[in-house]
Design a protein around this ligand. Structure first.
Ligand SMILES: *[C@@H]1O[C@H](CO)[C@@H](O)[C@H](O)[C@H]1NC(C)=O
Ligand SMILES: *[C@@H]1O[C@H](CO)[C@@H](O)[C@H](O)[C@H]1NC(C)=O
Length: 473
């Protein structure tokens, strides 16, 4: 009695919350080394690192006819991991339509999959819950808990759950019949059990900005990462073609999350298509942690081409990608741009002034700056071997792939790789001159170093070794 009163008042009392909702990334953490894309033809990716040390993966499949799970000890290993089907489209009734965007969560010792399913009308999409018993979800016994009852019997999908201030919430996308203009808004409600919410739910964002209204008026695919008492909720906007992009809501963990005014909305997308890196329609993100436990890993899907013949939903080539989630010194997340295929890039922080990051300014001399405005201009892929071959490395731009940092006189600029730059764009990477945890880049007998906020190449003065040392992150 007392317990049910407590549940009615506050939602589910919590025994333990999954660590995956909480940011682990220090502002300065070592680089990630993943090779994108991670998994082809898997959209709406969700990766959870469980306390057993395994990464669990689920996603939408191109035929939208089943829920699959994979697991691996590493994120990269998910690529080749065996896939298990834990739910299959049914011949009729609830579950007979599209099956979209599953998420896997562990709540109080049981596994839950939140997944959107259609019925005999495949577009009659509603959030559905599966409960799994067993340590390993790939081998768990799954029981159907049914549809989640919401304010209205309308198109609703993409349920996610998180805990804030001791209360578990569900957030999902739904057509609000009282807001004539939307395909889907995002709704929130506290949970009364892992398959029930306490109504009424309230809308915390409607697709009311131009970039949320291209093709369709959509807010969907929410996911939460918390850091230092702040809740960051990413969501996806517009149609699922190249206009798809990520928006961001922010709230204090101690605010009344059922009050829409507690949520501040970014007026611009925080992550969108990049023609330069050939990544289109990035979205439906989730977050996990790196194997070393030091970085937040941002997981999303995107396509490698812009134009799609016909309805984007039936184009199968949304693929799972990962990149490092960086944090600005003000504590807000910096998503950057969808990075190019291949190895994840690094940033270089000066050992002489640890607030400064190397940033290219295209053909103008590269600088080392505090809080650089464009993350991608500070990200470089370490190409090994470098353009001059064995024993060297080259630093390739992330936002302008195919361009490399090169020495030009005593300065450093970004230049296209036209063969003539090989000698000037190849460096010997050594242990940092001032700290073995850092790196130094030698070219001939000179070193790349920071001098008055500008990157220069020259001899290292005694006592000035930190200027020629960088920490990769
Ligand atoms: C990295 O991924 C690409 C495909 O995106 C693949 O062609 C390449 O072989 C991978 N490299 C390694 C070392 O696995
Ligand atoms: C956490 O937030 C508090 C105030 O909200 C701030 O004073 C503190 O510096 C923050 N800590 C970190 C590590 O960002």
């Amino acid at each position: 009695m007392l317990k049910s009163f407590f549940v009615a008042l506050l939602g589910i009392p919590l025994v333990a919350s999954s660590p995956s909702y909480e940011s682990v990334g220090s502002v300065r953490s070592p680089p990630l080394t993943y090779n994108n894309s991670i998994i082809l033809q898997r959209a709406d990716p969700h990766i959870v690192k469980h306390t057993d040390g395994w990464y669990y993966f689920t996603a939408s499949v191109p035929d939208y006819d089943q829920v699959i799970l994979r697991r691996s000890q590493t994120i990269q290993g998910l690529e080749d991991a065996d896939e298990v089907v834990v739910f299959q489209r049914k011949p009729s009734g609830v579950g007979a339509g599209f099956i979209w965007a599953p998420e896997l969560h562990q709540i109080d010792g049981k596994w839950y999959i939140y997944v959107a399913v259609g019925d005999d009308d495949r577009w009659r999409i509603r959030p559905f819950v599966l409960e799994g018993t067993g340590d390993n979800p790939l081998e768990a016994t799954w029981v159907e808990k049914g549809l989640i009852t919401t304010n209205w019997d309308t198109f609703s999908l993409d349920a996610t759950t998180f805990v804030a201030n001791g209360v578990r919430y569900l957030v999902w996308a739904q057509n609000d019949p009282n807001w004539g203009d939307s395909n889907t808004a995002l709704l929130i409600a506290p949970m009364a059990s892992p398959w029930e919410v306490r109504l009424p739910a309230v809308a915390i964002t409607y697709p009311d900005l131009p970039w949320e209204r291209i093709g369709h008026n959509v807010n969907e695919g929410a996911y939460v990462i918390k850091r230092n008492g702040t809740i960051f909720l990413t969501y996806s906007a517009s149609a699922t073609d190249h206009n798809y992009c990520l928006g961001l809501l922010t709230a204090s963990e101690t605010a009344d999350l059922m009050d829409p005014s507690s949520w501040a909305k970014s007026q611009q997308p925080v992550f969108a298509s990049s023609a330069e890196t050939s990544n289109w329609g990035p979205g439906h993100s989730s977050f996990t942690v790196s194997e070393d436990g030091l970085s937040d890993v941002f997981v999303y899907h995107g396509r490698s081409y812009r134009d799609i013949a016909g309805e984007p939903l039936y184009d199968p080539n949304r693929r799972t990608r990962v990149q490092k989630l960086y944090w600005r010194s003000d504590g807000t997340p910096d998503f950057g741009i969808p990075i190019p295929d291949g190895w994840t890039p690094i940033r270089l922080r000066s050992a002489a002034d640890e607030t400064l990051y190397v940033r290219h300014l295209q053909g103008s001399p590269a600088v080392a700056q505090r809080d650089p405005p464009a993350l991608a201009e500070t990200q470089f892929r370490v190409v090994t071997p470098g353009l001059s071959g064995d024993g060297t490395v080259s630093l390739e731009s992330t936002n302008l792939p195919g361009r490399y940092l090169r020495r030009l006189g005593a300065q450093v600029v970004l230049a296209a790789n036209d063969a003539s730059i090989a000698a000037d764009a190849s460096f010997v990477q050594e242990a940092g001159l001032s700290s073995a945890e850092g790196v130094s880049f030698r070219i001939g007998s000179d070193y790349v170093q920071v001098e008055d906020g500008v990157l220069v190449v020259g001899a290292v003065a005694e006592g000035d070794e930190a200027a020629a040392t960088f920490f990769a992150e």
